[in-house]
Design a protein around this ligand. Sequence first.
Ligand SMILES: O=C(O)CCC(=O)C1=CC=C[C@@H](O)[C@@H]1C(=O)O
Ligand SMILES: [Mg+2]
Length: 338
Amino acid sequence: MAPPVPLPLPPLEEIEASAHVVSVPMRVKFRGVLVREALLVRGPAGWGEFCPFLEYDDAESAPWLASAVEAAWHGFPDPVRASVPVNATVPAVGPGAVEGVLSPFGAVGAVKVKVAEKGQDLADDVARVAEVRRLLPEAGIKVDANGGWEVGEALTALDALAPFDLQYVEQPVADIAGLRAVRLELRRRGAPVLVAADESVRRQDDPLRVAREDAADLLVIKAPPLGGVRRALDIIGRAGLPAVVSSALDTSVGIRAGVALAAALPDLPYACGLATVSLMAGDVTDASLVPLGGALPVRDVQVSGEKLLHFAAAPDRRLEWLERLRRCYAVLAAAGQH
Ligand SMILES: O=C(O)CCC(=O)C1=CC=C[C@@H](O)[C@@H]1C(=O)O
Ligand SMILES: [Mg+2]
């Protein structure tokens, strides 16, 4: 099976002419981010979102542009379902704040809880997960360590967290050899917790290495860092592992791409991490892609001109994003995507 041919790039001037840069405050701090910036583009197929995190260099950010171009100039593959089950996402807050964080997500069947936050300890993680379990006795719970543990710490932490009944742990340790070690040791102990890879897929030169090295039971997949929905579908197919689609902390425009990916997957065994608009204090549409009854509908997003104005980034930030757009365009063009 040959990898998908890169989709043609429209002329840079056409992308630039359609660009809007927004700056949307978060309702709650998430991965250190208090204000989320994004560059939105509009093409013949609709809107696309280019929002690599600020610390990413151009090589890592360029696939995010390919993803935005796919959404706006090419559209998405056909869906096989009309809605996508999603989880609530709980940042590394204290137990007293959990109920308030969960409430805007409404009734969800699953919750992802951040753990292993720098400056916190295992007691903080246990207290947070215990509070989620207390509030939602029936929910599927997963935890995401963002590679914050060493192998031994991960095993100790998962021992302490397993009684709360976890579906899986996302990226317990930073590297692939460590993931494999955690996974094999959990199995040897007969522990029911599965291991999911996130950064080891999206921040690796070879997104298939995790699968080849048997280092995870499932993959957490975000469309933008992999270069869009078609490329992500191809990688999931080649990996041959179950996939959970997750957000890039995007506005509803970027979430639409995640929904398209989840909607096109033949199997979707877990709720997806696509409800993160509920963590934001604003959006670029009047009809946000936020969960209703624990699911997102598969539908397009109408961007509001008023909202674009309201959340327009300051002129210096706009210029910086336009520069970033040009540099990432050059990376894609040099790689033959034109
Ligand atoms: O998966 C979810 O429930 C929400 C999305 C989410 O957790 C993330 C979005 C963007 C950046 C990441 O640090 C983070 C993740 O690690 O999965
Ligand atoms: Mg993750």
